[in-house]
Write a protein that binds this ligand. Structure first.
Ligand code: F3S
Length: 62
């Protein structure tokens, strides 16, 4: 189990994270938000992949 957070000050709204994990991230007002506060299993793997793909490292999964 890991907590997912998107730093709202850092996110530039590139849209990569919801395109990788549409079940976990959504765009609101031009910024990504975590739909789930905690993830595990495949969702955790996906969230980590999204975190690694974020160009500004706004996502934390821990
Ligand atoms: Fe924002 Fe990074 Fe997602 S810039 S939209 S948190 S991939």
């Amino acid at each position: 189990m890991a907590k997912v957070k998107v730093d709202q000050d850092t996110c530039i709204g590139c849209g990569t994270c919801p395109s990788i994990c549409e079940d976990i991230f959504e765009m609101k007002d031009g910024k990504a938000h975590a739909k789930k506060a905690e993830v595990s299993g495949d969702a955790e793997k996906c969230a980590k992949e999204a975190a690694e793909s974020c160009p500004v490292e706004a996502i934390s999964v821990q």
